[in-house]
Design a protein around this ligand. Structure first.
Ligand code: HEM
Length: 193
């Protein structure tokens, strides 16, 4: 497997883990334990600490994204230098789309840092929550980034029926559906206040 292919695979794994992470976050913010669909799960699944799983998936995804990007300059055919992954405006391929990935990574780092207990304690719940809500925008960015990047860095248009792109498409559809459900929940809560 070429280094750039490995990088792409790690980007895809990060996409799947981040999708799972957002779904877990949405469960936590919608009092999932009281829901009938959750009660129907076997005891083994219900005993999982969703809060911990939500945190761990964020760390693991961050590790995958960092490896995804640091591998790129190691493939000479990519023509990427280390500076291009830190400041991608002059990247040799699809700089604007790479930039979307950079914004996602920055947002992920900010959310992870502000969730560390000693930092979280220093801010009000509202401020922490508002920072955390960046994640909704972040996932749109990394899905678009993953869909539009050419995995071989030949600046080709997206092959929408390619297996890897289909995986990003599925994650995108899952996230949009989850956003709609989350928004409906928000409306029902506001109406009952
Ligand atoms: C949350 C952050 C990110 C996620 C989830 C992500 C995910 C992805 C995915 C799914 C692909 C397409 C793989 C394929 O179709 O086979 C991709 C490609 C790519 N990404 Fe990212 N990415 C992220 C951040 C970044 C950042 C920060 C950079 C660089 C600064 C970057 C640079 C690239 C490049 C150059 C490619 C094309 C080459 C390759 O496939 O490795 N990505 N990324």
């Amino acid at each position: 497997m070429e280094t750039i292919e490995l990088s792409g695979t790690l980007g895809l794994i990060a996409t799947v883990i981040l999708t799972l992470n957002i779904l877990l976050g949405m469960m936590l913010s919608t009092a999932y334990k009281n829901k009938s669909w959750w009660q129907r799960f076997p005891e083994k699944i219900r005993s999982i600490n969703i809060n911990d799983l939500h945190n761990y998936t964020a760390y693991v995804a961050l590790l995958f994204v960092l490896t995804h990007i640091f591998l790129i300059p190691f493939d000479p055919s990519s023509k990427f230098k280390l500076i291009d992954i830190i400041w991608p405006l002059y990247a040799p391929h699809q700089p604007n789309i790479v930039l979307l990935g950079t914004f996602s990574l920055l947002a992920l780092i900010i959310v992870v840092i502000t969730t560390q207990k000693f930092i979280k304690r220093k801010m009000s719940f509202r401020i922490w929550k508002n920072i955390h809500l960046i994640s909704y925008a972040t996932c749109i960015l990394f899905i678009v980034h993953g869909l539009l990047m050419d995995p071989e860095l030949k600046d080709r248009p997206t092959d929408w029926i390619d297996a890897e792109k289909l995986l990003s498409e599925i994650c995108g559809i899952v996230l949009i559906t989850a956003f709609a459900i989350r928004y409906k929940y928000h409306l029902s809560i506001s109406k009952n206040k």
